[in-house]
Design a protein around this ligand. Structure first.
Ligand code: PMP
Length: 436
């Protein structure tokens, strides 16, 4: 029987979880059975006083670290001044838009501040439809863009839309390059990006000739931290542009330093027509943004798209603090450096431990895909769940994702130090060993 340093849930967590079970909707995921109390940097403390290293960042949200002093000070100051005003601009909203636009490729020159990632992706598809006068949207197997109507219709995972039909008409799905489980049974070394070539077949079979846009994640999050091979995204962008299809990049979770660059589009020099931002943009305060080319988003007249809390001064002050901290503390660079170290360790674990089918990632977003057997590659969701519990007992918080629920997500706040990363990797190795 696996022991670990903590007995979880502790008595206070247990009591609160009982109340939660009685009163809270049960549609949320619960990873390890503890109740968080407070957090600082990369460390979380539960209501029983147990402390953990956090490799979740919430769900890739607290990029600047928990309770970062500058972030907290800016938020506290703003709450005492102004919280909401809807259709009057504020210095915070204007400066957040300016701050984001100045970091973008030049053509992405307009920013629409919103509150959630789903709102950003939903808005991007709305704009694409109005701009093109067409209605079809191409999205990808395994893709996740949120839970509102169009975002859900664009999902490439059954779990997101199961028994919520009918979906919005015009959604077309194409295979994402999940090379570890290639839907065509090919290998990335020899496939010549066959999945890209296959897109024309998809469109000719499913489209009425009215494709407005395609929406894609630079790496797939919910599907299991799946990274496309080199050249795929740039090739896709070219494919879309040659066909006058609006190219939407969903960086809701990939942005704000997560992959080791401020925005994931920088890796391949991508030039999407629209970019969706969320999560790390507020680093814990609900905030999101749609960034678009003015020639595209200006197809909407004043009053045609709005959001009650979108661009509120509190969220925007959090965004301004995030922009400051990212730059001053060079967090994308730290993500790159520490991510390299961690992935290097994980690649060694992959060779050594039989349940670890693949370790992959970029910057501080890494996936450990668990299998029952390396030959059959059968997904191992039960082992993955047990891994989360054992890690928690050992003082480490991780979550799971994946089409099969068999991928551990490793995504700490970007302020993580080498020493903390070493400790985290050591715990992961100890837990991996416990399955041998
Ligand atoms: N797009 C992507 C790529 C996401 O990962 C998520 C959230 N997991 C969303 C959109 C939706 O964001 P939200 O939950 O803030 O609506």
């Amino acid at each position: 029987m696996f022991k670990g340093k903590y007995k979880i849930p502790g008595p206070k967590s247990k009591e609160l979880l009982k109340i939660s079970d009685r009163y809270e909707a049960r549609c949320m995921n619960q990873q390890a059975p503890i109740v968080w109390d407070y957090a600082k940097g990369v460390t979380v403390t539960d209501v029983d006083g147990n402390t953990y290293l956090d490799l979740t960042s919430g769900v890739l949200v607290t990029n600047v670290g928990h309770s970062h002093p500058h972030h907290v000070a800016c938020i506290q100051k703003q709450t005492g001044r102004l919280m909401n005003c809807y259709d009057f601009p504020t210095p915070e909203r204007i400066m957040a838009a300016k701050g984001i636009a100045e970091l973008m490729p030049k053509h992405l020159d307009r920013v629409f501040m919103l509150t959630t990632g789903s709102e950003a992706t939903e808005s991007s598809m709305r704009v694409a439809k109005r701009y093109t006068g067409k209605f079809e949207i191409i999205s990808f197997y395994g893709g996740f863009h949120g839970r509102t109507g169009m975002a859900m219709s664009a999902a490439g995972k059954t779990g997101t839309k199961k028994r919520f039909g009918p979906l919005i008409p015009g959604h077309i799905y194409a295979p994402y390059p999940y090379c570890f489980r290639c839907p065509f049974g090919k290998k990335p070394t020899s496939c010549k990006l066959f999945c890209l070539e296959f897109l024309d077949t998809v469109v000719s079979a499913a489209s009425t000739g009215d494709v407005a846009a395609l929406i894609i994640e630079p790496y797939q999050g919910a599907a299991g931290f799946v990274f496309p091979p080199d050249g795929y995204l740039k090739g896709l962008e070219k494919w879309a542009k040659e066909r006058d299809i609006v190219f939407i990049l969903d960086e809701v979770q990939a942005s704000f330093g997560r992959t080791g660059k401020m925005f994931a589009l920088e890796w391949d020099g991508l030039r999407p027509n629209m970019l969706c931002l969320g999560k790390g943009i507020g680093s814990g305060v609900p905030c999101a943004a749609l960034v678009a080319e003015s020639r595209i988003i200006d197809c909407l007249a004043p009053g045609e798209m709005s959001s009650t809390t979108g661009g509120n001064p509190l969220s925007c002050s959090a965004t301004l603090a995030v922009l400051d901290i990212m730059k001053k503390e060079k967090l994308p660079e730290n993500a790159l450096k520490i991510g390299k170290y961690m992935l290097g360790r994980f690649k060694k674990f992959q060779k050594k431990y039989k349940i670890l089918g693949e370790a992959r990632g970029r910057g501080l977003v890494m996936g450990l895909e668990f299998v029952k057997d390396k030959k059959t590659m059968d997904p191992a969701p039960d082992i993955t769940r047990e891994f989360i519990t054992r890690a928690c007992k050992s003082g480490l918080l991780v979550g799971s994702v994946g089409i099969y629920g068999n991928v551990i997500r490793v995504a700490p706040p970007l302020v993580i130090t080498k020493n903390e990363a070493e400790q985290a990797c050591d715990i992961i190795e100890t837990v991996l060993k416990s399955f041998d």
